[in-house]
Write a protein that binds this ligand. Structure first.
Ligand code: AMP
Ligand code: TRP
Length: 343
């Protein structure tokens, strides 16, 4: 679509979300949470726990609220500060669902048919999946645009959903002749940690749904488990090369080097320069120490937050009010633009 994001005159605003559907792992931390923390001093930030997205696949009602608090605790323990950023759960703010419906009437079926995440999740069973799972990216566009967010920090797997968000924004702006009503959001994906791969297979991404727990480092793993998983991580008999060319065809090694760089906030090149010629007997213990040093404080803080569920509920409820204050007028304007009677 031809519209240029630079014509949007509204304020910069960050929006991102994480699903409360299981334990968070190192990929979520490096691809998303760590970026959330860095951005909260730069722009207004809205960080959502997307429970409406989670229920696109079955969630046990007995644990959904607890899993939501678990993600809230992970946000806070990673350094997201509720006095700076808005941290709330999606179902508490009606604007998400309402705008998603309007966007259902803007998005085209052909656009959704191209979404690779649905194809990956549904596999051969697409006929048996919920309509919500298919429509998931439209709700994601509504999340972002209910806040007129301009910047969206995510891991690489979300790139296609953000392109769809831009297409929906541009089509809405065009169809209703309201140029630049919605911004065309900018994905913030780049940087080490945008795509953390499985510790067992350097070609598939680290994921909560991988059946092998050894494939990922969970934010709840203790120091011994982290060290054990890194010790067991798949590598090859070679040494650490001196340059990135030497990582060619060695996805597992590239992944460990990338994790090292992301955790120590440096580049792959700097890590390679430091460890050139070393074997994994040296590199893996150094990586394990680094991972424990960075993640253990988060794990400890998470359990402290989780020990007080009422306090987490209070933080989320306060933030939901603030979120609604931003989103409700925007969705109110959408109603007027569409032309509903009484809007
Ligand atoms: P999810 O757990 O699928 O809700 O993802 C939450 C956030 O973590 C999203 O921004 C994802 O793009 C990001 N993410 C998930 N898995 C990875 C991974 N293996 N590497 C980097 N980022 C990831
Ligand atoms: N789809 C995202 C994921 O699985 C989660 C998400 C929902 C999101 N709404 C969002 C991310 C809006 C960024 C912006 O990771």
């Amino acid at each position: 679509m031809s519209e240029d994001a630079s014509h949007y005159a509204g304020p910069n605003r960050v929006f991102s979300g994480v699903q409360p559907s299981g334990d968070l792992h190192l990929g979520n931390y490096l691809g998303a949470l760590k970026k959330f923390v860095a951005l909260q001093d730069e722009m207004e930030c809205v960080y959502c726990i997307v429970d409406l997205h989670a229920i696109t696949v079955w969630q046990d009602p007995k644990v959904l609220a607890e899993q939501t608090r678990h993600i809230a605790a992970a946000y806070l323990a990673s350094g997201v500060d509720p006095s700076k950023a808005i941290v709330y759960n999606q179902s508490a703010v009606r604007a998400h669902s309402e705008l998603a419906w309007y966007f259902n009437c803007v998005a085209r079926i052909g656009w959704l048919n191209r979404m690779t995440q649905f194809k990956d999740k549904a596999g051969k069973n697409s006929e048996k999946m919920s309509v919500g799972l298919y429509d998931y990216p439209v709700l994601q566009a509504a999340d972002i645009l209910a806040f007129k967010a301009t910047h969206v920090p995510v891991g690489e797997d979300q790139k296609q959903h953000l392109e769809l968000t831009r297409d929906i924004a541009a089509k809405f702006n065009h169809d209703f002749n309201t140029p630049n009503f919605f911004p065309l959001c900018e994905p913030l994906i780049k940087g080490p940690g945008a795509k953390v791969m499985s510790l067992r297979d350097g070609l598939s991404k680290m994921s909560k749904s991988d059946p092998s727990d050894n494939s990922r480092i969970n934010l709840t793993d203790d120091a011994d488990i982290i060290a054990k998983k890194i010790r067991k991580a798949k590598t090859d008999p070679g040494e650490i090369p001196g340059t990135k060319d030497g990582l060619e065809g060695r996805p597992e090694v590239a992944n460990l080097v990338g994790i090292f760089a992301a955790l120590s906030e440096t580049t792959d090149e700097a890590v390679l320069a430091e460890y050139e010629g070393q074997g994994f007997g040296v590199f893996k213990p150094a990586l394990a120490d680094l991972a424990v040093e960075k993640l253990s404080p988060i794990t400890d803080l998470m359990s402290r937050y989780l020990a007080d569920p009422e306090e987490l509920n209070r933080i989320l409820a306060n933030a939901a009010d603030k979120a609604a204050e931003i989103a409700d007028p925007i969705v109110g304007d959408v109603r007027k633009i569409i032309g509903f009677c009484g809007a």
